[in-house]
Design a protein around this ligand. Sequence first.
Ligand code: T5A
Ligand code: NA
Length: 212
Amino acid sequence: MTSVGRTRGALIVFEGGDRCGKTTQCGKLVERLQSQGVDACMWRFPDRSTAIGQAINAYLAEHSSMDDAVIHMLFVANRLEKREEMLQLLAGGTTLVLDRYSYSGVAYTAAKGVPHLSLEYCKSLEVVLPAADLVLHMSMTAEATAARGGYGEERYEKVDFQRKVMEIFGALRDDRWAVVDASSTIEAIHEQVVATVMPVVERARGGAPLGR
Ligand code: T5A
Ligand code: NA
């Protein structure tokens, strides 16, 4: 695909349990990339600003309830509605740093244990989206994240459920994943993240193809 050229941006994703520090690290990473002359921007999923995102937000805040299959589809649709823009930005050379993505979609729904929402089924709905060049797995115990400020305000912030989510993240890992100790200090995590991300940004710049 010539339009992607030799200077595409990298797709960098942060994943992990609730309150593990993803948003903090995404922000710091984007600042660092920009300070080093890398064109970069940060997005969050769910994107709560769209109509679909607002329905998701109401569900997470427990202001509404929804069938498990329906809320799952909304999370998927919330990524699909950003697909074109994502591909265009990457092709234009912007590195995208995502605070959650398809891997959360798969892990959180599969953790519910609903028979017709299996891991394989959830994965199958994500195949039209670009795959991450790198997934930074912010790893921490469910008990430790529960001690963080603000924990428990949203639907899935319950220790037993988070433990299942973390197990599934562990099972999803492949050679594109890097594990980060999220219980370390903000600065120490940041330095590890930067060291892991830079070579991936360089590879994307050099024309490494974007996966699905
Ligand atoms: N979900 C999501 C699905 O079910 N399906 C899907 O497809 C998707 C995309 C919302 C929920 O939706 C689910 C997963 C979630 O349950 P969210 O909005 O990303 O997703 O929710 P959270 O993960 O909870 O996001 P938060 O912003 O609440 O947490 P973060 O981003 O992980 O953590 P952050 O950086 O905001 O930090 C949390 C607190 O810890 C402190 C911070 O200052 C803050 O107070 N902190 C640290 N403290 C000590 N040491 C460190 N290293 C720290 N780093 C941060
Ligand atoms: Na949360």
